[in-house]
Write a protein that binds this ligand. Sequence first.
Ligand SMILES: [Zn+2]
Length: 420
Amino acid sequence: MDASGQYVIPGGIDPHTHLDMPFGGTSSSDDFETGTRAAAFGGTTCIVDFAIQPSQGSLRQGLDQWHQKAEGKACIDYGFHMIVREVTPSSLGEMDRLARVDGVPSFKLFTAYPGVFMVDDASIFRAMQRTGENGGLICMHAENGPVIDVLVEQALAAGNTSPRYHALTRPVRLEAEATNRVIAFAEVARVPVYIVHLSAKEALWEVRQARDRGVSAMAETCPQYLFLSYENYEEPGFEGAKYVMSPPLRAKGNEDALWAGLKQDHLALVSTDHCPFCLKEQKELGKASFAKIPNGAPGIEQRMSLLWDGGVRTGRIDINRYVEITSTAAAKIFGLYPRKGTIAPGSDADLVVFDPRREIRWSAKTHHMRVDYNPYEGRVTRGAPTHVFSRGALIVEGDQWRGKTGHGRFIKRGSIATGS
Ligand SMILES: [Zn+2]
C-alpha cells in the first residue's frame, strides 16, 4: 500500500485496561469485543487487561474467567495481569505457576479500596518476595485507602456528596505516601515494582528518587492526567461524575511535571486505565453520594491521538519517544518484546500507518467505545491512524472496520525486563 507522507509505526500497546470488569455494583461497559475494536480504531493493537482473583477463590479461577471473557471476542491480541486479593500460601504457589507456565508474569496489588482489593503491607511484602524469586513484576495501585476512607466518611457526614468530593478526599500526599511505601518494600524484597496510573508530581518525585538510587522502580501515567484536571469536577450538575476515577484528576499545572517525567524516562509509558461506565444508570448510581460512583473512565481509543497531538505536535516529546511510550516500553517491561513493540523480521506485523495531518473531533456520537460520553467531547486532535494491521491483517481502514471478532489471540508473556 502507498503510505507516502505518513509514518509506519509499531501498533500501540495499552498495558492497563479493564474490560468487562465487575466493579462498584455494575460492570465496565466495554467487553472484549467492543473495547478491543475501539482500541484498534485508535491505533492500539495489543492490550494487557487485569484478571481478578475472585474473593475466596484461586488465581486459577480468576484467570480462567478472564480467558472466557476474551476468547472468541477480542479483535486484537491480549495478555493478562493478575490482581491478587488474598495472599496465602496457596496463592503464592499459584503466582509461580502463572509467571513460569501460564504467561502471566505480572501481579497487581492495591493499597487502596479497603474491603474490596486492598491487601495489608505484610501481604504486599510476601507477594513481592515471591515475585522476586519467580522472575515476575509487581504492579501497585498506590493510594492510602484506609486514610482516604476516613476523609470520605467525614465529607459525607458534612453533606458533601457531589462528584468533586471524590477528588477532595484523595489528596496527592496519600498517593505519594503509598508510592514511597511500596517502593521501599520492593527495594527490600529485591523485586521490580511498577506504579500504575501515577497521577501526581509528588508521587513522581518518589519514583524519581528511587530510580536515582538504582532501584528498579517504574511508573506509568495516563492521558487523563496529562489532558484533564481537577477543574473538570466543577462542571455543572452531575457532569463531574464523568471524571470520577482513582487516583483523581489533579490541579492544573501538575501535567507539566508528568510531561517532564515522560521526557526523562522517570515515567516509562502512557497506558489508559480504560474502565468505562455509562453516565446514565452506571455513574448515576452515585447521584446521592460520590462514594457510590463507579470509578473509571473511557480512554482506550483516544490515547495514540491525544499523545501525538499534545506530545509530538507541541514538541514536548519527539517521534521516537512517542513510539517508546505508546508501544516499545510496554513490550519490554511486560515481556512482549520483540514479538510486539517493534518493526523487525520475526516480529508480529502489528503496524499502524499514521497520518500526522488527519484530524479527529472526539465525540460520544462517533467514537467506537461502548459508553455514552467522551471525556474529551468536542476536542480536536491532529494525528491519527489511517490503516491498522494486526499480525499482518488489515483491521482498520479509515473509518471502516475490516477486522474480525475473535481474531485476537492470548499472548503468553515471557520474563520481565527490569532495566528499563
Ligand atoms: Zn486500573
